[in-house]
Design a protein around this ligand. Structure first.
Ligand code: GRF
Length: 188
């Protein structure tokens, strides 16, 4: 049984989907820790309801990134974490965590990387009027959305007229693709 830490800053719908899928496949892995830089976020409310171990921090309370990442590291060690899953975590992972968990950190991004890296990938796709976009799961490296690609799924948006419709479809794909990719990775 592998131990997963989910890092998130937002609404936590991916966290919920991953947790649910892993509960069904309960022999493979378990989300044992939720880490957030936003103590008041919805993801933390969900994590509390599900009785998860939680570590929240406010970056302003620390001298620098490596200082707060060292606090995260002690939690990761305490819970014997095998895989870090970023799910809407709005901070760049620094070398303090990367050096210890290289190739053990994955992220989901709402575009077909290498297109539309960074903030508001869906907005960037709409702006470019692309007809096909999608979702990518990738390893995390020193860059922003630059790590090796693990899985991708396309989405034809040529007939979708509003941003809301596109977001809904992207989330639908994410909630299936992320758990299935995690399970495949851990079964390897
Ligand atoms: C997802 O769209 C994911 O692709 C991006 O952040 C969003 C997180 O959504 N990295 P949620 O908090 O899981 O609902």
């Amino acid at each position: 049984m592998k131990n997963i830490a989910v890092f998130a800053s937002g609404t936590g719908t991916n966290f919920l989907a991953i947790n649910k899928a892993l509960n069904v496949n309960s022999r493979i892995a378990k989300v044992v820790l939720v880490v957030s830089d936003k103590p008041d976020s919805l993801v933390i409310k969900h994590a509390q309801k599900l009785n998860k171990n939680i570590f929240t921090f406010n970056s302003k309370d620390y001298k620098n990134k490596s200082d707060y990442e060292n606090s995260i590291l002690s939690k990761l060690e305490e819970f014997d974490i095998d895989l870090i899953v970023l799910a809407g975590y709005m901070r760049i992972i620094g070398k303090t965590i990367l050096s210890k968990y290289y190739k053990k950190i994955i992220n989901i991004h709402p575009s077909l990387l290498p297109s539309f890296k960074g903030i508001d990938a869906i907005g960037q796709a709409i702006e470019y009027k692309v007809k096909v976009t999608g979702v990518t799961v990738h390893y995390v490296d020193e860059g922003v959305d630059t790590g090796e690609i693990i899985a991708q799924e396309t989405l034809d948006i040529s007939n979708l007229t509003s941003r809301e419709e596109i977001e809904k479809e992207i989330h639908r794909i994410e909630h299936l693709l992320y758990p299935s990719t995690i399970i495949k990775l851990l079964e390897e």
